[in-house]
Design a binder for this molecule. Sequence first.
Ligand code: EMZ
Length: 385
Amino acid sequence: MKKSALPDPFEQARLEKGYGDINDQDDPVTMILRLKDVRKCAHNWKTFQSGATPGRIVVPSEVNIRETRQIPFEVDPPMHGTYRALVESWFRRPLEPAYQEKLAKQINEIVDEVLTADAVEVVEEFALRLQSRALTLLLNIPYEESETWISWGTHVFRSEDDPLDGDKANILYDYIDEQIDNAIENPGEDLYSVLLAAEVDGRKLTKEEVKGVMILTFAGGRDTVINAVTNSIAYFADHPESLVQLRENPEITGKAVEELVRYFAPLTHMGRVVTEDAEVCEHAVKADSRISLCWASANRDASAFENPNEVVLDRKINPHVSFGFSHHKCLGATHARQILKTLLTILAEKVKSIEILDLKENIEEWGKFKRKVGYDSITVKFKAR
Ligand code: EMZ
């Protein structure tokens, strides 16, 4: 098997019963594995809610490391729509030419840099830097600020040996509190200031609400983007012919991004809390228990995707759910897609091949399911065209 392959650990359970039971910190989760069921449950917010105790819909649960509700992600309709309407146009800015030019400049710079190095550890030296620098555009704040975020490492809630590290999480929360206070004193054109000036139902957002949006912006788009970028590099290392295909057919770049994101599924799943006794896949789920919508499994559902375990860069029909589904669809998707489109274009233009020198896989364990989601580290040598 190619080194970049991400096998599907859910196939058997998806075919046989459509769900899988896992335990997470003594708060069990029924993982929903088929695309059809994932979509149905994502739609049904009355029975499968997001607005539970903050942190509880995340798997692994974050109830022990935070109290702030992430907005709009941990809010149900109709309030969800009210919050979302506030931020939607801001998160569409990556479609503007000026934004895209700045992003292309950043990505050209980092690609030029790695092309001259003998060996590059992609997670820390490429993906994390690229993600942090690009985030300065999404927040509309000075580029230099990315140095601070890079110093936090790849995951803001996890440390080497602890999947949920309260001390580490506090670094992010304290930082955001400080930035909000700065923006109150010196309002600018950044996302903090925009949120502080915004109104819902005729009142200003509270500091806690602004913090909720900012935590989501930092945490939701961090390891996910890092995984997508790192997995893309590994994929092109194994498939130099794909770089040629993209160079010769640049019109497929958008489709290629969707296909890589389908195959990688950078976020394995997202939870919901069950509000009333219900049934999924003829399986009873109890009120106040949890389900999860398993994007990674749904993306390999053979009833919707032909040859689901193959990367087909110009795949025509691709209803993947890597950015979620229904009203909670990823707010950062426009930014993430633009990063990947730009990255693919620049790699195709400048890179001949990538050689993998060393790697350590990042394997998530969900009960009996073990899923490779990317790499803890992967060292490569980039070769220029
Ligand atoms: C939450 C989540 C959002 C969570 C769309 O995903 O991403 C996770 O990485 C964070 O840990 O807090 O923001």
